[in-house]
Design a protein. Sequence first.
Length: 128
Amino acid sequence: SSPDSDGGTPELEKAGLLNKTKIAEGGRKLRKNWSPSWVVLVGNSLVFFKDPKSQTPSSWKPGNSRPESSVDLRGAQLHWANNLSSKKNVFKLRTVTGNEFLLQSETDSLIIEWYKTIQSVIDRLDRE
Ligand code: I3P
């Protein structure tokens, strides 16, 4: 059985610091505004926190800090998107509601791990 089969605290899959910009809201294009974000992958959601310095994986608990925003990964699409930025190691996440985010790291191994982990959650939700 999955760790969340009792309906309790969802499983923390991954957390870390990435550069983030939202590039579309409901299909409408937005101006880029890159900033560092503490990103937490928990359950079916990618959750963004504003203040990276106050967040660590060990201190993260549901309810003890205020997310800036949160993305439902069900039906989401993930693509490498180095064509959409002058930065390296960029991928795009598109939600079913037409919100689009670019996420980026200078560290190759780190961004690859994030990509794989997010894709595995999307794949799991696709199979449900
Ligand atoms: C944008 C800013 C972004 C850049 C974007 C620029 O300018 O430099 O960092 O995206 O490029 O338009 P401004 O601050 O004036 O809004 P990248 O860093 O991802 O390249 P773009 O317009 O080619 O997306």
